[in-house]
Design a protein around this ligand. Structure first.
Ligand code: FAD
Length: 388
């Protein structure tokens, strides 16, 4: 079978490396390297490198790599079109184009930095100090603000959040984060909703906030490729899939990682994260392998256990969560939390090498079977649906 994987992030690479190598497997990626996206805030702050050549990750597997931006899918003709006009045919498509920072608010694209421009932002911060504001009170904004405050004391750092910073965490988790912000000198602007951005200024419901550098880390969105091609998507543009991670509209397309809206029994739609994106990707490979071998495909099962937040290199919060991803009052903080978070980042990247050497080696905690939990409808707001 001719299997084409589009997108070479954590999800696309997990699926590609776990597929049975008797298939012809092609990975199409906009870049020739893999980026450890979960470390981009570290890279902005000064970590030497977070990228690895894809050729190194696929060495000895027979996986063909094509570098190019996917511009269009023809779901009838079963072809992927790449910038420049090349077309790549498939029997089975694995859609893994992931997510990126949502820049739809007026002025954000023109006047702010996002993790997608990590190198430019890194250079700007190294060029000299001043006043810097991070927008986004979720986990990504918290990690960015604390990392930059710790590594760049010459910059005065602020964090703007439309509600409470770390709103999805427990009281204990939030208190610890507030303490870390104070220790690192980060000024928090909570309940402050940005309405538009101009050069060096945020226009908010509470007035203007000026900054030499604005870092936008508010929320994730997904590429429009799926919706434009006519793949069934939810209100947020994430592809709708069945229990075996197959598109509900096109059974020869599987969707993995942030790009897919996967219903997790009892926990709503999958949170955009590696935490569930990699299990989804591994399971999709198992399903494709099973079906190709004439075996019955199993539904995806998963259980959330923790959320991990770094607060610079020496502090963090490991938030224990229930199966539906809601926080309990159990948290691990401080150096041990920073250590756990570091091990998880290593595991996420290291498991790609693990799959290369031993297919099927990636494992995760399985939750209840479908039908066992609270029913949800695609597109509705469910507790676990937002990006981290
Ligand atoms: C700073 C930061 C910290 C994070 N920390 C954590 C964490 O601690 N824990 C956690 O679980 N999650 C974390 N996340 C979220 C996590 O990074 C994502 O959920 C994860 O990367 C999703 O994996 P993916 O493979 O679906 O998508 P991505 O990693 O986004 O990969 C998608 C790939 O597709 C490529 N692509 C996109 N469009 C095209 C196109 N048109 N043509 C060709 N290629 C294309 C991209 O270049 C990319 O290589 C963090 C995110 C950020 C930004």
């Amino acid at each position: 079978m001719n299997i084409v994987v589009i997108g070479a992030g954590y999800a696309g690479m997990t699926t590609a490396l776990r597929l049975n190598r008797r298939h012809r497997i092609t990975v199409i990626s906009a870049e020739s390297h893999f980026t450890e996206r979960v470390r981009l805030h570290e890279y902005v702050a000064g970590r030497p490198s977070v990228s690895t050549p894809l050729a190194k990750l696929t060495r000895g597997t027979g996986i063909e790599l094509v570098t190019g931006r996917v511009t269009e899918l023809d779901l009838k003709a079963k072809t992927v079109r790449i910038a420049g006009g090349r077309e790549v045919p498939y029997d089975t498509l694995v859609y893994a184009l992931g997510s990126r920072t949502d820049m739809s608010l007026p002025g954000v694209a023109e006047h702010t930095y996002t993790v997608e421009r990590a190198s430019e932002l890194r250079g700007r911060l190294q060029a000299g100090g001043g006043n810097l504001v991070v927008v986004g009170g979720g986990l990504t904004g918290i990690e960015m603000a604390t990392e930059l405050a710790e590594r760049h004391p010459s910059w005065s750092v602020g964090l703007v959040a439309s509600s409470t910073v770390g709103a999805g965490l427990s009281d204990k988790g939030r208190k610890h984060i507030a303490g870390a912000m104070e220790r690192l000198g980060v000024t928090m602007h909570e309940d402050t909703r940005v309405e538009s951005v101009d050069e060096g200024v945020l226009h908010t419901n509470r007035g203007h906030i000026s900054a030499d550098v604005i870092v936008w880390a508010a929320s994730f969105t997904v590429p429009a490729v799926a919706a434009e091609a006519g793949l069934a998507v939810d209100k947020k543009g994430r592809a709708r899939v069945d229990g075996t991670l197959r598109s509900v509209s096109h059974p020869d397309v599987y969707v993995v990682g942030d790009a897919g809206a996967v219903e997790v029994p009892g926990a709503g739609i999958s949170r955009m994260s590696c935490a569930i994106g990699m299990p989804i990707a591994a399971h999709a490979a198992d399903v494709i392998n099973a079906r190709a071998a004439g075996r019955k495909a199993q539904d995806f099962r998963f259980r959330y256990i923790i959320q991990c937040i770094s607060l610079g290199r020496r502090d963090g919060v490991i938030q224990m969560v229930r199966g539906d991803d809601s926080p309990t009052e159990r948290v691990l903080t401080g150096r041990s939390a920073a250590w756990v978070k570091e091990q998880i980042c290593r595991f996420a990247f290291g498991s790609l090498g693990g799959e290369r050497r031993l297919r099927g080696s990636y494992m995760w905690l399985k939750g209840p079977r479908r039908g066992a939990g609270r029913p949800t409808t695609h597109g509705e707001t469910a507790p676990a649906s937002a990006g981290r």
